[in-house]
Design a protein around this ligand. Structure first.
Ligand SMILES: [Zn+2]
Length: 401
């Protein structure tokens, strides 16, 4: 009996409900007393400190930002899923809590582990905030896919069947009892940190290793707050798109939290010029919603933002070295040659053209390619067509976030 009680307490504090634990709970539910139920309710809404301190940062397993002292920044570790060795992955969280009530913004980065400029953008925004002058809250969650970050790679190495590489940005909103550690980590973060503390969210990304992108934002302009936020970024491109299932910004939108994704240039590097644009845009957003004061800086209007509702993918048909003949972020015309590909003799084996007029929004920087890889995307506007008709690419490889 006492063993059962320990099981239940563990369940209540960690809610890692494996099937066996659930069965024990179901058979023993009559015995649960009202005090335990009250404790459970409190544990589900209040900030839960695990009692650990790591490198001076307190560890939480749940956050209610209402519990935090106003007028300062709080630096915390959120306890995520366990590694195979049994220790948890800890995710870095900064909460800038204003002295007055207001909108609660969440800025996320590191859902892909090779996207450094996204992290630096969020760090820089947080650094610019003075909570003693703020209304509302800005929460930064910086290194979401910890194991992917540790090895500077897009995907989460998972020990499922040998080494799986799991794209965490196909797992949201996750499942605390899911079939992979990645899904469970997403579920813990989404249920206990992100969703309960957020009115509006921005999930920062960059291109991926081997595929560089122009400065752009992805979001669904049918959502008024997404349109408002996107138009406050001084960048030249927007892909107006309802996004891909399993993507974090979609998961936010699905629970009624407006969210979109900025793309801050190339993976693996800190692109200071790009970062500056996205910091300026994010500060504009916080000013617009009254979280901070100050004049609005440059916006999408200043950058003459092209709003595309389609992304035309150029897919390699051959193996070989790919040489681009069009510039990233440059305008291209239907029929224009974007790249040529040569085999190892130097013979041209393929010539790739765009079928649409638009802007070259992403291109492959790894010079060699297998057949089937995405070599480039041309972002384009479909004149006269409904905003999203046929615009959505239907393969994971074709989504450039
Ligand atoms: Zn990404």
């Amino acid at each position: 009996m006492s063993q059962t009680k320990i099981d239940r307490r563990d369940f209540l504090t960690s809610s890692i409900a494996v099937a066996g634990t659930s069965a024990i709970l179901a058979s023993d539910s009559q015995a649960a007393d009202s005090q335990e139920k009250a404790e459970a309710r409190s544990a589900e809404t209040g900030t839960a400190y695990t009692g650990e301190t790591i490198q001076g940062k307190k560890v939480i397993s749940r956050l209610n930002a209402d519990d935090l002292e106003p007028g300062r920044k709080h630096f915390l570790y959120f306890r995520g899923v366990q590694m195979p060795g049994g220790q948890p992955w800890y995710v870095s969280v900064v909460v800038a809590k204003g002295v007055r009530p207001g909108k609660r913004f969440t800025l996320t980065s590191g859902v892909h582990g090779d996207e450094m400029s996204s992290i630096h953008t969020v760090q820089t925004v947080i650094d610019r905030l003075d909570p003693t002058q703020m209304s509302g809250t800005v929460m930064a969650v910086l290194d979401i896919a910890r194991p992917a970050l540790e090895s500077m790679q897009r995907r989460w190495p998972n020990s499922g069947r040998g080494v799986d590489l799991i794209d965490m940005n196909r797992e949201w909103p996750g499942d605390e009892n899911g079939a992979s550690a990645t899904s469970r980590h997403a579920g813990l973060l989404f249920n206990r940190l992100l969703k309960p503390n957020t009115d509006l969210a921005i999930d920062f990304h960059t291109g991926t290793t081997g595929l560089e992108v122009a400065a752009f934002v992805i979001g669904d302009r049918n959502l008024p707050d997404v349109k408002t936020m996107s138009d406050l970024y001084p960048v030249g491109l927007m892909w107006d798109d309802p996004a891909y299932p399993g993507v974090l910004h979609n998961a936010f939108v699905d629970v009624g939290i407006p969210c979109f994704t900025p793309e801050v240039g190339a993976a693996r590097v800190l692109d200071k010029d790009m970062i500056a644009l996205f910091v300026e845009g994010t500060l504009n957003v916080l000013k617009h919603y009254g979280v901070i004061g100050g004049p609005i800086g440059r916006t999408a209007a200043d950058a003459n933002m092209l709003i595309g509702d389609g992304a035309f993918p150029i897919i390699a048909t051959h193996g070989g070295l790919v040489e681009f003949q069009a510039k990233l972020d440059g305008d291209v015309k239907a029929g224009q040659t974007i790249a040529v590909q040569r085999n190892m003799f130097g013979e041209v084996v393929a010539e790739y053209t765009t079928a649409v007029d638009g802007r070259l929004a992403a291109y492959r920087t790894d010079a060699s390619s297998d057949p089937g890889n995405v070599l480039a995307f041309v972002l384009f506007r479909r004149p006269g067509s409904p905003p999203h008709a046929g615009a959505h690419p239907d393969s994971e490889k074709s989504y450039p976030e």
